[in-house]
Design a protein around this ligand. Structure first.
Ligand code: SF4
Length: 336
């Protein structure tokens, strides 16, 4: 169910705009139906009251938690089952953050990513994206949502923007706390500035070398890293939020001094933050994370050279963290 279909359904049962907004607020914030001064029964038209149990059941059936995996870093990884039995992952992050998936599988095919191996299986509807937030909110408060789980949000942009709009309005999440993460796609730079809820933007750069980027992200749009940074800068200046650059650190691949020089060349003076994320090694793939000392030295060096840099951990490393690894592990288990 897409959110526009849900709205149409509510209207078909006589919902006025204020009923629609209130019900969407109750759903997206995981509130009880009888929250507030008046119970739903007291304020809704009779036809809608009668239809409500079925609508509530349909919303609950959009996504259910199949399993939960707690990490030592207070991350909580949820394996979420959709109505057609496909599964995606959501990760509750420390400090009230949540990472959600936007597709089952992904077509970008990043060579270091487990999700990329399966290709795209299907898009998530806007309802299924918001349903992940609702499930997370039944467990912990959620004040920030990053669209960095399985999938490339730009490849499902209508559903992702519809979910962002709902979360930034009825869902009560600050606009800069909604983070659209992409490998870079022209549609993103065309559509995001037109939205009334403008999310913050994270760009997965991974290298400043165009040829290497093509090998690592084989199906990403061919936008030169320098142009990508220029497009990002324009959006950052327009919204007033810095661009979060994502750089998965791969030992011997993109951790050279030449890459550090490239980062300084592209990002010096830009309204940006560089996030270095040491790779979370997986048995099935040949990539390795650099030594911790090496990663720290790189972060320090970039910082000294004027690039705002953070060395991040991918949350939940001890719980099969990393894009699509929990889902891949669960598929392995079901297959044995
Ligand atoms: Fe897709 Fe992200 Fe995995 Fe790349 S890293 S294949 S964009 S899910």
């Amino acid at each position: 169910m897409r959110i526009d279909q849900l709205r149409q359904r509510l209207r078909a049962h006589g919902a006025k705009p204020e009923h629609e907004e209130r019900l969407l607020r109750i759903w997206s914030q995981a509130l009880a139906l009888d929250s507030g001064k008046r119970r739903a029964e007291d304020f809704l038209p009779l036809a809608l009251r009668n239809a409500l149990p079925t609508i509530v059941a349909d919303l609950a059936a959009l996504a259910q938690v199949r399993s939960e995996h707690a990490g030592g870093d207070s991350a909580l990884r949820l394996l979420v089952e959709l109505a057609d039995a496909h599964t995606v992952e959501s990760v509750l992050l420390p400090r009230d953050g949540l990472c959600v998936s936007t597709q089952v599988g992904c077509a970008v095919g990043c060579t270091f990513c487990m999700t990329g191996r399966s290709g795209l299986l299907r898009q998530l509807s806007s309802g299924e994206i918001v349903a992940q937030v609702v499930l997370a909110r039944t467990r912990r408060p959620v004040k920030k949502v990053v669209f960095m789980g399985m999938g490339e949000p730009a490849h499902n942009i209508d559903n992702v923007l519809e979910a962002i709009h709902l979360l930034g309005t009825a869902g009560a999440i600050g606009h800069k706390n909604l983070v659209f993460s992409t490998v870079g796609d022209r549609r993103v730079f065309e559509r995001l500035p037109q939205q009334s809820v403008k999310p913050a933007l994270a760009l997965s750069l991974h290298t400043t070398d165009a040829a290497l980027r093509q090998r690592l992200l084989p199906n990403a749009p061919r936008i030169d890293p320098a142009e990508l940074v220029e497009l990002g800068e324009e959006y950052a200046r327009r919204t007033g939020y810095p661009i979060q650059y994502q750089w998965t650190l791969l030992d011997g691949v993109n951790d050279s001094e030449a890459e550090m020089d490239g980062i300084v060349r592209l990002l010096a003076g830009k309204y940006a933050m560089m996030n270095l994320i040491p790779y979370n090694s997986v048995d099935a793939l040949d990539f390795r994370r650099p030594e911790h000392e090496r990663a720290r030295a790189m972060a320090r060096s970039l910082h000294r050279r004027g690039i705002l840099t953070k060395l991040r951990n991918s949350a939940g490393q001890d719980i099969d963290g990393g894009c699509g690894q929990l889902r891949a592990r669960s598929a392995e288990v079901s297959a044995t």
